[in-house]
Design a protein around this ligand. Structure first.
Ligand code: HEC
Ligand code: HEC
Length: 348
C-alpha cells in the first residue's frame, strides 16, 4: 500500500513536472535553437518515464488477477498481518495461521476455508468484513483489494502450495513492542486483548454474551463509550480497564487468571492509554467528555480513589459511610478537562 502510494506520488510529480515543462521551455527560447532542442527532449524523457511508471504499477496487478495464487503468495501477508495473534496456544478460537496445516485445520468452530468456494469461506468473510469482527483485528487498515483477491484465488484454485512452503512462514513473532521513543499504538496492545480477553469479551464467547457488554475485539469496541467508558484516553487511573488488570478493581482481569497479565503487559496498556489510546495508524482518540464512568478501587484521604483525585460536590451521593481504606464503587461522569465528577460513592 505504501509502495502504491509512493508510486502514485511519483507519477503525480512527473505529471506536474510535465505540465510545468512548457513554461520552462518558453522562458528558455531566446537562448538559441540548439538549447531549445535539448529542452524539448526533456518533457519527452519525462513522458517516457511516466509510461514506464504506469506500466510498472499496472503489470503486477493484471498478472496477479489471471494467475492462480499459492500459499507461498499468502504467507508473507499472514506473517505480517495475522500471526501476531493467530499462533501459539492462546490463538483466538484456536485458529493458527502460522502454517499451511494450521490454515487448513481452521478454528474450534470448524474450517475457515472451503476449497473452490471463497464466498462461503469464513476467512474471506472476515477479511472483507462480511463477518464481524473484521480481520485483521488491528484494522483499519484492513487488507488491500489485491491482497484479498490473492486469498480468494488461492481458495478458488483449491489450496495450491507454491514453492518452499516449509520455509515461507517463520516462527510466530512475539507481540510487537514499540521501539524506544516510538509511541504505543493499538497495534502493540491488540494481541494482548486478542489472546487474553477476547475469548470472553466477544459475541458468542466463553460466557455467551460479552460480560458487561464489553467487547475487546476491535479498536472501536475497546474504546466504545456506548454503556460507559472503560478506557479514558490520557488517564489510566480513571480507566476501569487498568484498574481491572492491576487488580485494584475486583474481580481482577483476566477473569480466568492467574496467570494475570505480566507487569510488562500492564505497563504497555497503561502507556497506550496514557499516550491517548492511539489507533493502529498512530492517531490519538478523542476524550469522551461527559461519558459515564463506573470505577472500583480503594478510597484514600481527600476523596481519592487509589491515586485518582475525584471531584466530590454537594450533589454527590455518598452511601454506607465509606472511609479511607474501604473498597468502593464510584459512579460519575468525565469532565471536559478529564476530571472525574463523582455522582455516587458506595462502600462495597
Ligand atoms: C490483533 C489480533 C488479531 C489479528 C492481527 C488477526 N486476528 Fe483474526 N481473530 C482475532 C480474534 C480475537 C478473533 C475471534 C473474534 C471473534 O470472532 O470473537 C479472530 C477470529 C478470526 C477468524 C474467525 C474464525 C472462526 O472460526 O470464526 C478468522 C477467519 C480470522 N480471525 C482470520 C484472520 C486473518 C486472516 C488475519 C490476518 C489478515 C487475522 N485474523 C488477524 C484476532 C486477530
Ligand atoms: C474468562 C472470562 C474473561 C476473561 C478472559 C476476561 N474477562 Fe473481563 N470480565 C469478565 C467478567 C465475567 C466480567 C464482569 C465481572 C464483574 O464485574 O462482576 C468482566 C469485566 C471486565 C471489565 C469491566 C467492564 C465494565 O463495564 O466495568 C473490564 C474493563 C474487563 N473485564 C477487562 C478485561 C481485560 C482487559 C481482559 C484481558 C486482559 C479480560 N477482561 C479478560 C470475564 C472475563
Amino acid at each position: 500500500m505504501r509502495l502504491g502510494k509512493s508510486l502514485w506520488l511519483e507519477k503525480r510529480s512527473i505529471a506536474m513536472r510535465l505540465s510545468s515543462a512548457p513554461e520552462t521551455r518558453r522562458q528558455a527560447a531566446p537562448v538559441g535553437a540548439g538549447f531549445a532542442q535539448v529542452r524539448i527532449s526533456l518533457p519527452l524523457v519525462l513522458l517516457l518515464l511516466g509510461f514506464i511508471a504506469a506500466l510498472l504499477s499496472v503489470a503486477p496487478t493484471s498478472r496477479a488477477e489471471t494467475v492462480d495464487a499459492t500459499y507461498a503468495d499468502l504467507a508473507p501477508i499472514l506473517t505480517r498481518r495475522c500471526v501476531m495473534c493467530h499462533s501459539g496456544e492462546a490463538a483466538p478460537l484456536g485458529l493458527r495461521l502460522d502454517s499451511l496445516a494450521g490454515v487448513l485445520k481452521g478454528s474450534q468452530r470448524g474450517p475457515v476455508v472451503r476449497a473452490g468456494d471463497p464466498a462461503a469461506s469464513e476467512l474471506i468473510r472476515r477479511i472483507k468484513g462480511a463477518s464481524q469482527p473484521r480481520m485483521p483485528m488491528t484494522g483499519p487498515p484492513f487488507l488491500s483489494d489485491r491482497e484479498i483477491s490473492l486469498f480468494e484465488r488461492w481458495i478458488a484454485a483449491g489450496f495450491k502450495e507454491g514453492a518452499d512452503v516449509a520455509t515461507v512462514t517463520p516462527a510466530a513473532p512475539q507481540p510487537a513492542r514499540p521501539a524506544p521513543g516510538e509511541p504505543v499504538t493499538y497495534l502493540h496492545v491488540a494481541p494482548i486483548f486478542a489472546t487474553r480477553c477476547a475469548k470472553c469479551h466477544s459475541d458468542n464467547g466463553q460466557m455467551g454474551r460479552a460480560p458487561e457488554g464489553y467487547r475487546l475485539v476491535s479498536y472501536a469496541s475497546t474504546l466504545s463509550t456506548a454503556d460507559r467508558v472503560r478506557v479514558v484516553p490520557g488517564n489510566p487511573a480513571a480507566s476501569e480497564m487498568v484498574r481491572r488488570i492491576r487488580g485494584q478493581a475486583r474481580p481482577r482481569m483476566p477473569f480466568d487468571g492467574p496467570p494475570f497479565l505480566s507487569e510488562e503487559e500492564i505497563r504497555l496498556i497503561e502507556d497506550w492509554i496514557e499516550q491517548g489510546g492511539r489507533n493502529s495508524e498512530g492517531e490519538p482518540a478523542a476524550l469522551p467528555a461527559g461519558g459515564r464512568l463506573r470505577l472500583h478501587g480503594t478510597l484514600a484521604n481527600g476523596w481519592r480513589l487509589d491515586r485518582l483525585q475525584l471531584t466530590v460536590t454537594g450533589t454527590t451521593r455518598v452511601d454506607r459511610a465509606p472511609r479511607p481504606g474501604d473498597y468502593v464503587q464510584v459512579r460519575g461522569r468525565l469532565g471536559s478537562d478529564g476530571s472525574v465528577h463523582a455522582e455516587r460513592i458506595r462502600r462495597r
